[in-house]
Design a protein around this ligand. Sequence first.
Ligand SMILES: [Zn+2]
Ligand SMILES: [Zn+2]
Length: 163
Amino acid sequence: MENNIDKHLKIKKKLKIIGIILIVVGLGCVIAGFIDIARANNSYSAPKLFFLLIIGFPLLFGGIACTLWGFAKEMARYAKNESVPISNEAGQEMSTGLQGITHAVKQGLKDEEKIICECGQQNDKGSNFCSACGRPLSKKCPNCGNVLEQYDKFCSKCGKEME
Ligand SMILES: [Zn+2]
Ligand SMILES: [Zn+2]
């Protein structure tokens, strides 16, 4: 991994050096070509170094492209390196938060799903008798026949108050 990164960095470094050399050479060619055209215009003779412009421009643009590519990759790498830990931290915090919420919700549901007997035993919802002491955990509403938990004060169906 390390070697690959080093190799990659070296390639990018070369790319930037090549790019800068191309820019310098291309720029030199373009300037020389322009100077020749200016001189040719002044002396009313055909420019002899016009080919320098033809060579110079692609070199210049190629050099700019190489340099930009070399730096763009580097910038992308920095952006990636900086954004990844942040998103990791945020993700961890979020997942921890979510875990906490999920745990709380689960715990809440568990408590709601349990019927706590007078003896302290937690019985699953729907249990008719305590699994520890055998006390009845449910009763029927005398008004509508709805099955209620032992300690419900009002019927959830008809609203009748239990004795
Ligand atoms: Zn019990
Ligand atoms: Zn009822």
